[in-house]
Write a protein that binds this ligand. Structure first.
Ligand code: GLU
Length: 465
């Protein structure tokens, strides 16, 4: 089964059960790229029917992460759209209507079994070493209770055909035996639909053409196809995206490996375009050796046949490298705008020209923007005074008449090296430490040039006594 649906309409359907981490947003990005590649629509749908797992604030964080990454939905809870509402808990009447349809056709049936009875069945299955399958007690004559009694609606797995399958756009042909499937719950006792039921009804009503989702959802797909069949609807094309593993491969991405929320990466000063390029590489490549892509390049080249089957490895160091590369390529004006939220607070007292001169000196080594306070604070505030040194009066005398161009600073300080009969490393290190409080900083002449005559001499004098 492969869909012929056009135009391309894809959705990302997170459950607001916690922080949107990088694996989740990778799915969102792939959907967004596929929509943009085809001039289609990218839809955000909130799957909040599992009421016990809801986390306060998670939905807002999902919206904010999309915006910050620049993968804004065309339709969704914030944008609205012709197929709304886009939050499942606001669609209960719709699910109830479709559940009635399947109840009448016999595809769904009520089940009154208590949690205790079901637990017992589960334990028996476990003892026998088999997968749990509901025993259809409530289908047997005489076992039905009154409709008013609390009950769920189960989907009756058909006896024929023997198996169900689809041509996955990433995995190829996949088939599952129906005999292995359990009569899953479609509508819960609280009248909320389960993930399976709501997901299928919405994918149909929202005219979704392709479902790009992580391959952890693979076992759910046969159930979804059976629901499509029961409704006599055409299913979308499924494309199951490879898992994202830690850098060593083998095990799931952990917090230590970089399984952070998107917001945390942005707060650390990772650029949205670096994240987009990096996340796109988690399971996709264009067949060349290119490593970093601009977003228009990603949109132009993103096709499903280039999505890989094997798990992707998340290497945070590679992301950091990409981020540094993009920072180095950035025009200074832009770097300044992007850096404003990260520079030390004192920086707001300085003009753009000074800030750009500072940024030019650290741009080369800057890997992410939250490194800026540490790298630049001495450009904005005097460091604590160092130990007084016997050479300081001569250093001050040598620099006092300088015009503070880099060339003049260099000439004077090299002459002083000869005069003091010492090595440049020693003298320059001493000056650097006295003026910046650091042992390593950008080049000395450039640094002094940016700091200027007044600041440099004030700081040197501060160290004299
Ligand atoms: N609500 C599911 C999730 O949290 C959606 C899976 C799907 O895309 O079908 O990921």
């Amino acid at each position: 089964m492969s869909s012929t649906k056009t135009p391309v309409r894809v959705r990302f359907a997170p459950s607001p059960t916690g922080h949107l981490h990088v694996g989740g947003i990778r799915s969102a990005l792939f959907n967004w790229l596929w929509a943009r590649h085809n001039d289609g629509k990218f839809i955000l749908r909130l799957e909040d029917t599992d009421r016990k797992r809801l986390v306060e604030g998670a939905a807002d964080q999902i919206y904010a992460s999309h915006d910050a990454l620049g993968i804004t939905p065309d339709e969704g809870p914030v944008q609205g759209g012709p197929y709304g509402p886009y939050i499942q808990s606001e669609r209960l009447e719709i699910y109830a209507r479709y559940a009635t349809q399947l109840l009448e056709s016999g595809a769904l049936y009520p089940c009154w079994c208590t949690p205790e009875r079901l637990d017992g069945l589960r334990q028996e299955a476990q003892k026998a070493g088999t997968a749990f399958k509901y025993d259809r007690y409530c289908l047997k004559p005489g076992n039905q209770l009154a409709e008013a009694e609390p009950h769920v609606l189960r989907f009756r797995i058909p006896e024929v055909p023997e198996s169900i399958g689809w041509d996955d756009a990433v995995r190829g042909r996949l088939d599952f035996k129906l005999a292995d499937l359990d009569d899953f719950v479609a509508i819960k006792a609280d009248n909320f639909p389960t993930y399976h039921f709501a997901n299928v009804v919405d994918d149909h009503l929202m005219k979704i053409s392709h479902v790009l989702r992580a391959d952890e959802w693979l076992p759910s797909t046969p159930k979804h196809l059976l629901l499509f069949q029961a409704f006599d609807w055409e299913p979308p094309t499924y494309a199951h995206l490879p898992a994202v593993l830690g850098p060593g491969g083998g095990k799931k991405l952990s917090k230590r490996d970089g399984a952070q929320s998107v917001q945390e990466y942005l707060d650390e000063g990772y650029l949205p375009e670096a994240l987009r390029s990096f996340l796109a590489s988690l399971g996709w490549n264009d067949g060349t050796t290119q490593e970093v892509y601009t977003t228009p390049e990603l949109i132009g080249r993103f096709t499903l046949d280039r999505v890989q089957k094997s798990p992707a490895k998340f290497d945070k160091e590679r992301l950091t490298w990409m981020n540094g590369l993009l920072i180095r390529q950035m025009p200074l004006d832009e770097l300044l705008e992007r850096s404003r939220a990260f520079l030390p607070p004192e920086a707001k007292h300085y003009d753009a020209q000074y800030l750009k001169a500072v940024l030019r000196l650290v741009q080369e080594r800057l890997k992410f923007l939250s490194e800026l306070p540490e790298l630049t604070e001495f450009f904005f505030a005097d460091p604590a005074s160092a130990e007084p040194h016997e050479w300081l009066p001569q250093i001050i005398a040598a620099l006092e008449p300088s015009d503070f161009t880099e060339a003049d600073l260099e000439t004077r300080l090299r002459a002083l090296t000869t005069e003091l009969d010492t090595k440049p490393g020693l003298l320059f290190g001493l000056i650097r430490h006295a003026v910046t409080g650091r042992t390593a900083a950008p080049g000395l002449f450039e640094t002094l040039h940016v700091l200027g005559h007044g600041t440099t001499l004030r700081r040197l004098r501060n160290n004299q006594f």
